[in-house]
Design a protein around this ligand. Sequence first.
Ligand code: XUL
Length: 521
Amino acid sequence: MGLYLGLDSSTQSLSAVVIDSDAGRVVLQEAVNFGQDLPEYGSPHGFLPNPDPKLRHANPLLWVAALDLLFSKLKNSGFDFGAVRGVSGSGQQHGSVYLNRRISDAPAWSTAAPLVDQVKPLLSRATAPIWMDSSTHAECGEIAAAVGGDSVVVSVTGSRAIERFTGPQIRKFWKTEPEAYAKTAEITLVSAFMASVLTGRTSPIDFGDGAGMNLLDLQSGTWSPALLAATAPDLAQKLPPAVPSETRVGELAPYFIERYGFAAGTPVIAFTGDNPSSLVGMGATEPGCAVISLGTSDTVFAAMREPHTDPRGYGHVFGNPAGGFMCLICFANGSLAREEVAKRAGLSWPAFETAILQQTKPGNGESSMLPYFYPEITPRLLEPQLELDGSAAFRAFQEPAANARAIVEAQALSMQRHSDWIGERPRSLRVTGGASKNRGILQVLADVFDARIETLSVSNSAALGAALRAAHAGTSLSWAELYARFVVADSNARVESSADAVRAYSEPRAKFARKMQALGV
Ligand code: XUL
């Protein structure tokens, strides 16, 4: 039996998926929800509440505590860690962790104390800026100016200087806390941090997640000296090396073997970003298949034939964990914005689905919404922009069904508009993430994109992708063989577009485009 464990450390939870590569079976799925299961960290949505919507940091110790909690849950349920042949994982992208010692130089984890108590003294910065942070506008401008403009940043790193990306965040840390920066021996990503904790050694950063830092030269696969210099002093010494995603970065530390019963020598494959990992989990590492992931952030991504960049400057090019590149567009107003509408309109989640499917029509009459409850990444809006067009009741969130449809239509129109540069019009889209269970949302996506929507039987595609990456490294199975076993379309959840509905979106699409033009984005 060949069991492979995939972990996904995302914004709101840490999940595990275990697959049996021989039997072609998902053996278990388990998760720890940061807000519900670890309330002592005061992070109901996984990050530290801050009245300034531009500031979004998380406590990295929460992620470490979640790892022990998740493994304890699995152990208590009788799971045999000794049968696991390999581990890999993914993390929310761009977030960075700052350590006063390289993890490789820290004492080996002792089984006498919880992991979190041993990691705490290693932090040179108590909090980690995460992908939702948009407080580094000035630093983005400084970095771009230092290297000759945003066009240079795009051509080297695949993205222009972006507020949530790690380089601008590192620069802000250096500018605002120079002493703490000087004491920092290691700066790593959430993904590589989790791999480092598991191996007890500094883990390299993979090309998939490393490309989300504004520091990696995509062509050479090494840190760009010009961008390092433009970001902060002595940065080269503080970053782990960048490596291909299939790299074996070490083996599980004795702590995990003694405490949970993993086999000695269990290999750990480089962790990557949650989106690159989802590309694998959705079986989409070959061009021609686009994915929409509906999570805390909504993302649209696809493998790329040739790396090319978004002329509007919002999209990104990352490493594809199976080799080559992928493109990605990220929307910050994803599930938290949908939840906000549900809350303001007084709708339960099932009612939100019924509202779209049964109580409203494509195009939503005259009711529409600019859906930016929070600063937005795509289009780049540093201030929230919430605007409702329609009756007074609609504007006051007192037409719950129309309010629900309005946010979902606005999100879908935005996804379509801002993914047009990918250049391939997909006939079918694979949709994943928590909200992909909502058929109302799937129907709107089908009609706006005029495409068939498919969902897969495992909903945590990032953790599944991690398990598949561990299995790919540990067996002779090809990607195609692994996909045939594990990437199974849910035949009950296929949604087709309807010609009438497709037509109904031509005016809302034009109206949405006018709104974007008026905002200058
Ligand atoms: C991608 C991005 C988000 C996070 C969410 O660029 O910022 O999708 O990866 O975890």
